[in-house]
Design a protein around this ligand. Structure first.
Ligand code: ADP
Ligand code: MG
Length: 425
């Protein structure tokens, strides 16, 4: 089977790595990929947002299955477009992708289905939003409706910060259309976790749980990033919590989309907060998380390509996901300065030495080849992923491997997984 993976990050490298192990695969392509993906797939230099370019490529190469990594093409309707051309594609339709593309859509659906989530109101005027913020007091959370690359949420602990967030979104319009409407939400406290399901529109299978680290600095300080590390499983997500999530969140959502005539196919990711009153859903995504995927997929025993195919063909009920009973940790190596300004073009060394340990994978995020040399090409550069019996072994293997990797001004968090070790103590 000829497969195309769309995307260019560590998540897509991890997917390509796992798909390449499938006996069903005859040829793997990636668009636009990165230098790590180029070692296992043939690169098509087409941006993820160029639907027509990708379509033409798929027809020319007779691609039999397309897998979409990032959210933007999904919310722009790539699945609808490709299906219309008779091409098999894994991911939700444009309608279903609103669950991620619009926080208002997603909160309203949660309310309708009585899914546990923070109390909220939707606003399309700054004045009314500010009145509400003043009435509710702080801490309070201000979220833009549309996609904002992980920068659209402000957890405000002071009134000026909350008001400024409203002002930035609705008066200054820093996020453009995405911020025309906002959600103002109750601030929840607790430990966060990610639970991702795969669904063919009827059957739901949960992936192993995980937890990511969004802030740039140790101890969860500093600005938010695309993610600085992750581990799987997340000990706060017990079997009981998983069962409850399936019954109270995933099945109601999947049944609702089916009833609306728009079955949800693909990954459905719930970001949850484990509060003292039980879990509350913070948000949905409609694709795998990055870097959660990098910590989840090494634990999967199944043939991932078969999982994708069964989902697209509506026979996920035939598949049970099996997970290795080991822990997996992903530490992101970034360029110093990220998520603000950083330099690129730094020569990277030591990846093969790091991979000498069979428990280690190095997935690329922002890398490229320049005159034959591997160099940095983004803020998040590499993902070092290690597995072990228990979180402590996984952590020590991962951090040992990182010691072998070098580029000028590399930066990584030293405390990935520490929350899990605390829960286990
Ligand atoms: N109601 C809330 N209470 C406390 N923290 C929140 C709340 N909603 C979001 N957050 C924090 O903000 C982060 C980003 O919010 P999220 O809804 O996941 O949006 P996005 O990932 O699109 O930026 C969450 O991971 C969480 O840390
Ligand atoms: Mg989120």
């Amino acid at each position: 089977m000829k497969v195309l993976v769309i995307g260019s990050g560590g998540r897509e490298h991890a997917m390509c790595w796992k798909i390449s192990q499938s006996p069903k695969l005859t040829k793997l392509y990636a668009a636009p990929g990165n230098a790590g993906i180029a070692e296992i797939a043939e690169i098509a230099d087409i941006p993820a947002k160029d639907q027509e370019g990708l379509l033409k490529f798929c027809k020319a190469k007779e691609i039999e299955l397309v897998i979409v990594g990032p959210e933007a093409p999904l919310t722009e309707g790539i699945v609808d477009r490709f299906e219309k051309e008779g091409i098999k594609i894994f991911g939700p339709s444009k309608f279903a992708a609103q669950l991620e593309g619009s926080k208002v859509f997603s909160k309203e659906m949660m309310k309708k289905l009585s899914i546990p989530t923070g109390e909220f109101e939707v606003f399309n005027s700054a004045e009314k939003a500010m009145d509400y913020v003043a009435k509710k007091g702080v801490p309070i959370v201000v979220k833009v409706d549309g996609l904002a690359g992980g920068k659209g949420v402000v957890v405000a602990h002071s009134m000026p910060k909350a008001m400024e967030a409203v002002h930035r979104n609705m008066v200054k319009k820093v996020f453009g259309k995405a911020g025309e409407r906002i959600v103002v939400e109750e601030c929840l406290e607790g430990e966060e976790a990610s639970v991702i399901a795969v669904t063919d529109g009827t059957t739901v299978r949960l992936l192993a749980s995980s937890q990511d680290h969004k802030r740039i600095f140790d101890g969860d300080h500093g600005p938010n990033t695309g993610g600085m590390g992750a581990y799987s499983p997340a000990p706060v997500v017990t079997d009981e919590v998983e069962k409850e999530l399936l019954e109270k969140v995933f099945l109601p959502i999947v049944n609702e989309f089916k009833a609306l005539g728009h079955p949800f196919k693909g990954f459905l990711y719930a970001g949850v907060m484990m509060t003292r009153k039980g879990f509350k859903v913070l948000e949905f995504n409609v694709r795998l998380g990055d870097p959660e995927t990098q910590a989840i997929l090494p634990r999967l025993e199944n043939d991932l390509l078969e999982v994708f195919l069964a989902t697209v063909e509506g026979r996920l009920s035939e598949i049970n996901l099996q997970w290795r009973d080991e822990d997996c940790v992903c530490v992101v190596i970034a360029a110093e300065g990220y998520p603000d300004e950083y330099e690129t073009g730094k020569k990277i060394s030591g990846i093969s030495a790091a991979k000498e340990d069979k428990a280690i994978q190095v997935f690329h995020a922002g890398t490229k080849r320049q005159n034959g040399e591997l160099v940095t090409a983004g803020g998040r550069v590499l993902n070092v992923v290690g597995s072990g019996r228990g979180i402590f072994e996984a952590l020590s293997k991962t951090y040992n491997a990182i010691e072998k990797i070098f580029f000028d001004k590399m930066y990584y968090r030293k405390d990935i997984g520490h929350k899990a070790t605390k829960v286990l103590k």
